[in-house]
Structures are given as structure tokens and as C-alpha cells.
Design a protein. Structure first.
Length: 144
């Protein structure tokens, strides 16, 4: 079961990175061109949310196993001293949870804000910051 979830977590990562980058890039482009809010921002941010939450769900399941395996074989101070292990068990999961939280806040504020300008600002600020965190802790060496 974990193999299937690892594969899903691996392939959803490509799709999520693509849609998250598209959402933020489109919002910035539309703001620069003073376009009014259309269906594109709503659809792009919704697809990003679905993929981000799926990734969160699979990531949390993987974390239970990875954390269990790591702590069974190492003490917490060994995990903290080993850069690769620390990245896998601590840094990647915690930063990604924060990133998905920012995406969710961005989408909630996008839906609730009044006016095109405020809606777009929510996407650019929250999803932009979430995306920056996501790009920082994506394990690129494992992805390609
Ligand atoms: C770890 C499990 C999950 C948690 C804790 C979680 C939490 C949340 C929260 C707090 C919201 C914001 C609700 C609001 O707008 O007020 C949300 C929205 C959403 N979630 Fe999740 N979720 C989870 C899993 C999933 C999964 C597995 C999917 C789909 C595959 C999903 C799809 C969505 C979508 C599409 C929205 C946005 C709905 C909209 O804005 O119209 N979530 N989720
Ligand atoms: C949202 C919370 C997330 C949690 C809790 C989480 C957790 C994890 C864990 C525990 C692993 C290690 C699995 C193993 O033992 O090999 C992992 C691997 C990985 N994660 Fe996440 N993750 C999250 C989000 C993300 C996101 C948003 C992306 C990318 C956009 C991502 C991309 C990856 C990749 C590429 C791997 C390596 C998988 C492989 O071996 O190919 N993760 N994640």
C-alpha cells in the first residue's frame, strides 16, 4: 500500500507544482493587465487545492511510516544530526504542511474577499508564499 502512496505522492508533485505555479503566475499577469476576475483564477486555484490536499493526505500517511521507521532505527538526536534524514522526517513534512495551510488560506480569502483587486491579492500573497516554501523543500533530486 505504501508503494502505491509513494508513487501517487511522487506524480501528484509534478501536477501540483504545475498548477500552483500557473495559479500564481496567472494572477500576477492578470493584475498587471488590469483584467477583471474570470473563471480561470477560480478553476486554477480549485485544482491547486484538490491536488495540495491530496498531497497532504498521502504525505501524512507516508509520514507515519517514515517517522516510525526512522525513530525505530535512530534516536531523535541522530535524526537531527543527519541532514538527509532530518530533511525527510522533519523539514519536508513540516514546511509542506505550512505551505498547504497558506494555499488553503489563500483560497478561503480569495472566495470571501470583495472586489477583484482584493481577491487577486489573496491569491498572490498567500499562494505565492506557499509556493515559495513548496519550491524550497521539494526534494528535486528524488523528483527527477
Ligand atoms: C488531511 C486531510 C484534509 C484536511 C485537513 C483538509 C482541510 C480543508 C480545509 C480547512 C479547507 C477550507 C474550507 C473552507 O473553504 O472553509 C479545505 C478545502 C478544500 N479541500 Fe480539503 N482537507 C483535507 C483533504 C482533502 C482531500 C483529500 C481533498 C480532495 C481530493 C480535498 C479537497 C478540498 C477542496 C477542493 C477544498 C476547497 C473547496 C473550495 O474552496 O471550494 N481536501 N480542506
Ligand atoms: C503536505 C504535506 C506533506 C507531507 C506530510 C509530506 C511527507 C513526505 C514524506 C514523509 C516523504 C518521504 C517518503 C519516503 O519515506 O520516501 C515525502 C517524500 C516526497 N515528497 Fe512529500 N509531503 C508533503 C507534501 C509534498 C508536496 C507539496 C510535494 C511537492 C510538490 C512533495 C513532494 C515529495 C517528493 C517528490 C517526495 C519524494 C518521493 C520519492 O521518493 O520520489 N511532498 N513526503
Amino acid at each position: 500500500m505504501f508503494t502505491g502512496i509513494t508513487h501517487s505522492h511522487h506524480y501528484i508533485a509534478y501536477l501540483l507544482l504545475l498548477t500552483a505555479i500557473s495559479t500564481v503566475a496567472y494572477a500576477i499577469y492578470a493584475r498587471m493587465n488590469n483584467q477583471s476576475i474570470g473563471a480561470a483564477e477560480n478553476k486554477l486555484s480549485l485544482i491547486t487545492m484538490i491536488l495540495a490536499h491530496l498531497q497532504l493526505l498521502f504525505g501524512l500517511i507516508l509520514l507515519v511510516k517514515t517517522y516510525g521507521d526512522a525513530t525505530a532505527a535512530n534516536s531523535m538526536s541522530d535524526i537531527m544530526k543527519d541532514a538527509d534524514l532530518r530533511r525527510l522526517v522533519i523539514e519536508h513534512p513540516s514546511t509542506m504542511i505550512l505551505s498547504v495551510l497558506l494555499f488553503t488560506l489563500g483560497r478561503m480569502k480569495f472566495k470571501r474577499a470583495e472586489g477583484d483587486n482584493n481577491k487577486r491579492k489573496a491569491l498572490i500573497r498567500y499562494m505565492g508564499l506557499g509556493l515559495a516554501l513548496m519550491l524550497a523543500v521539494t526534494p528535486w533530486d528524488k523528483l527527477f
